[in-house]
Design a binder for this molecule. Structure first.
Ligand code: NAD
Length: 490
């Protein structure tokens, strides 16, 4: 990896402290950052380099997965951080930043490779990209790249406008859109699972799969993010990005090659093939919910509209479930059920693949009808990671009755690299495999747009569910004869 300058907008913010500094530290400690490290943090307040470095150290002590010990290496790491004052709207601040970047490049003999990480609100993306362009920061002899975070737009129109504003300064190949679900080790493992296991590869299609269930359930409520969340809701906060990315990763066909473009073009094929929703059909395929007061692990919790910062009349959804189909020969007629919510019974992100049961109706003269449980492949993405396969076997203690058994692999390694470590490392290498391509983002917005419109027009009801439950009853009805696989059954 060639060395580069890491320019961080929003260096005093929450994301920088909780995720970005610990990720850089762990990459550094793992010896993955080659060459001298140079990080220039930016914020509106005046800060000395020393105060900034003390803040970075503080965030490492609080959030790093690796224990932070006093050492010469730690001092080297901290000294790589310098600070510049910058107001995103002031062009002269970018000139000063350019001089700072060039001074460090010269001093440390770093080639003109520049990584711009925008850890600020999306309303600043356009102005920052424009100023990078006009200030000369973007005129480099080496590479320049941009890392941005969700939320990427509020709907199809605003996402397109945002993307146009970025394209003024960066090409698609230079833009790395973080969807941190794509940095999770088990999500990155999905392709390898299919590729390296002929058994799974053979079964990964509509001939054998009855349905696929993708769940991201949280037990927490809205926490401190009321202002943002009440405008976003589960659809924009989770579904349009993380959930549809999980769908793409699960359903994509194996690419012939292994370049980022090979993988991302297969993902685009999936999202392009998802059967479009008609606005008048939205209510038949989508369920919105909002948590009411309830109990989670023995503790009483408030309902959403009693949370601090949320209006009592809020109609925002904290839960969303959808049923969809992929119109592709590999997946035709297989329903995909997707749900995500807050204040649910268990915290878990997982994919459950339910296999068909062609022998279930078989009659055997001596034994009567065989009652088989379906085979299930369960991929646990978090908080614990693992894979399990549920099979049927005879239980010799119960007169040879059939019963399901589960073959489980749990990763059992609590010290895995965090999503942000994987993603920042890949971006520094220039590997975009696990970043969202613009067309994936655009097609995802296109698919959810009728849901946004039906919600705004009041044709998609908001169901209530008790905190600590599995979501509204209407989400069970959505599945018809199928049912959501619950934690206690897996
Ligand atoms: P934050 O409010 O904690 O920090 C924002 C940063 O932007 C601060 O450093 C602030 O000084 C800076 N800033 C604000 N106005 C500025 C201006 N005019 N000029 C220069 N700097 C300015 O926000 P955050 O939680 O760190 O989130 C940053 C971005 O990442 C947001 O877009 C957010 O939606 C996204 N995001 C955050 C998280 C998270 O866990 N915090 C998760 C996913 C995405």
């Amino acid at each position: 990896m060639e060395s580069s300058t890491f320019v961080l907008f929003g260096a005093t913010g929450d994301l920088a402290k909780r995720k970005i500094y610990p990720a850089l530290y762990n990459l550094f400690a793992d010896g993955k950052l080659s060459g001298p490290l140079s990080v220039i943090g930016l914020g509106r307040r005046e800060l000395s380099n020393e105060t900034f470095q003390a803040q970075v150290l503080d965030s490492l002590r609080t959030f790093s997965r690796r224990k932070v010990e006093e050492s010469a290496e730690l001092q080297d790491f901290l000294l790589a951080f310098e600070y510049s004052v910058l107001d995103v709207g002031r062009p002269e601040d970018y000139k000063k930043l350019l001089a700072h970047v060039q001074r460090r490049e010269e001093l440390l003999n770093i080639p003109e490779n520049r990584m711009f990480y925008l850890s600020v609100g999306p309303e600043f993306f356009g102005p920052i990209a424009g100023n990078i362009n006009t200030s000369g920061l973007g005129d480099t002899k080496g590479w320049k790249r941009l890392i941005i975070e969700k939320p990427f737009g509020r709907d199809l129109k605003s996402a397109r406008a945002l993307n146009d504003s970025l394209n003024a300064a960066f090409t698609e190949e230079e833009i790395f859109r973080i969807d941190h679900f794509l940095g999770k080790p088990m999500v990155q493992n999905l392709e390898v699972l299919k590729y390296s296991n002929p058994v799974l590869r053979a079964l990964w299609q509509n001939r054998y799969i009855a349905n696929v269930q993708i769940t991201a359930a949280e037990t927490v409520g809205v926490e401190e993010r009321a202002g943002y969340y009440d405008k976003a809701g589960a659809l924009r906060d989770m579904f349009q990005n993380h959930m549809l990315q999980l769908l793409m990763m699960m359903a994509m066909q194996l690419p012939k090659g292994s370049t980022p473009e090979d993988v991302r073009s297969k993902k685009r094929h999936v999202i392009r093939s998802v059967r479009p929703l008609l606005k008048e059909d939205v209510a038949r395929h989508v369920v919105r919910g909002q948590y009411a007061a309830g109990e989670i692990r023995g503790s009483k919790v408030d309902g959403y509209t009693s949370e601090p910062g949320i209006e009592a009349s809020s109609q925002n959804e904290t839960y969303i479930a959808a049923r969809l189909w992929i119109d592709d020969p590999l997946w035709s007629e297989v329903p995909f059920y997707i749900r995500t919510g807050k204040r649910m019974k268990e915290k878990s992100t997982r994919i459950v693949i339910e296999f068909k049961e062609p022998f279930n109706d078989l009659h055997n003269k001596n034994r009567g009808k065989l009652e088989l449980d379906p085979n299930l492949l369960v991929i646990e993405i978090g908080p614990g990671e693992g894979i399990s396969l549920q099979l049927n076997t005879k239980n010799p203690r119960q007169h040879g009755q059939l019963e399901p058994v589960s073959i489980k692999h749990e990763s059992g390694n609590p010290d895995l690299p965090e999503a942000y470590e994987n993603l920042i490392y890949d971006a520094l290498l220039g590997d975009a495999t696990f970043f969202a391509h613009w067309e994936e983002v655009e097609l995802s917005w296109q698919w959810v747009q009728p849901i946004i419109e039906a919600t705004e027009e009041g044709t998609l009801p908001l169901h209530s569910y008790a905190a600590g439950s599995y979501g509204p009853d209407a989400a069970d009805e959505l599945l018809g004869e199928d049912h959501w696989w619950l934690d206690e059954e897996l």
